[in-house]
Design a protein around this ligand. Sequence first.
Ligand code: DNO
Length: 348
Amino acid sequence: MKMSFRWYGPDDPVKLEYIRQIPNMHSVVTAVYDVPVGEVWPYESIEKLKKQTEENGLHFEVIESVPVHEDIKLGLPTRDRYIENYCENIRRLSKAGIKCICYNFMPVFDWTRTQLDKMLEDGSTALVYYKEQLEKMDPLSGEYSLPGWDTSYEKDELKHLFELYSKVDEEKLWDNLKYFLERVIPVADECDVDMAIHPDDPPWNIFGLPRIITNEKNIDRFLKLVDNKRNGLTFCTGSLGCASFNNIVEMVDKYSAMGRIHFMHVRNVKLLGDKGFEESAHFSACGSLDVVEIMRVLYKNNFNGYLRPDHGRMIWGETGRAGYGLYDRALGAAYINGIWETLSKTKA
Ligand code: DNO
C-alpha cells in the first residue's frame, strides 16, 4: 500500500510542507487545474508539479483527475479529437513518471452533496446528502456550485448539455465508455500507466442523468469492456458505500484479488436510509463501513497500489476546501497506517 494525499496545487491551503509531515506519506495526488477540460496539458505545468512534489520528498505518481470531455460521454462526432488529446495527456504524464490516472465517467456533475457544512453532534462539520434537500435542488437555476462540479459552465450551456443527454440513456453511455476505453487503454498499456475509473458518487442517477459505475454487476461489466489490467478502478469506499446494495468488503476483496484496484479512496459514511448519508470520521464505529475489514482484505490480497484517506470533516476550527482540509484527512491516514501496521505484524 502506498499512502498518498490529495493536493490541489499551489493555491491549496494545505501545503506540501504539511503533507510530508504525515507519517508514512508516499505520494501526492494532484492535477493541472488551469487547462480547460479536454485540452492537452502543457509539459511545463506537469514538470512544475513534479518538481514541487519531489522537492518536498514526495513521489509524483498519481493524477486525479484527467477529466473526460462531455463530448466523449455524449458520443458526439467531436469526441475523436478529445480522445486524441486524452491519449496525449497519458503520454506526457507517463513521461513525467505518472503511474496511475484517476478519472470518472459521470455525466455533467462529479460528486454531489446537498450540504457542505452540516454540523455533527461533536461540533465538526461534514458533507451530507439528504434526499429531501436534493429534490429541491435545480442545477439549471444557476444557484448551485458544488466542489466537484465544473464551474466554467454558463447557465445556457448547462441547459444545452441536459438536452443532449436526454438522448443518452444508460446503454448509450456504456457504448460511449467502451469506445473511449478501446482507444485509451492501449495507449495506457504502452505507457505503463494504470487507468483507474472513479465510481459514481452517489451511485445512482441524479437530476435525470444516467450513471453506470454504481454496483458490482456494472463494475464487472466495466472491467470486461476492455479486459486488460490497465483498465482498472479507483475503489472509493464512500461513493459505493453510500448505497446499501453494495457490500464494500466483498467488492474490495474481489477486485483487489483480481489486481484491478489501482487506487483506493478510503473513507467512512453513515447511511441514513432512503438514499441519504452523512460523511463521518474514518474510524469504523463513526459510520456504516468497517474500515478494518476493508484494510484486512486489501492486506490479504497483497494490495500494492495507491491509497488515500478521502474526505475529512472540518475539525479544530480549520477552514478551507470542503472535504479536503488537512486535519481530519491526516487523522484518517494515521488510522489507516495503524491498521496496516497491525495487520503486517499480526501472525496469521
Ligand atoms: C471527490 C473525488 C472525485 C474524484 C473524481 C475522479 O472528492 O473523489 O471528485 O476526484 O470523481 O474523477
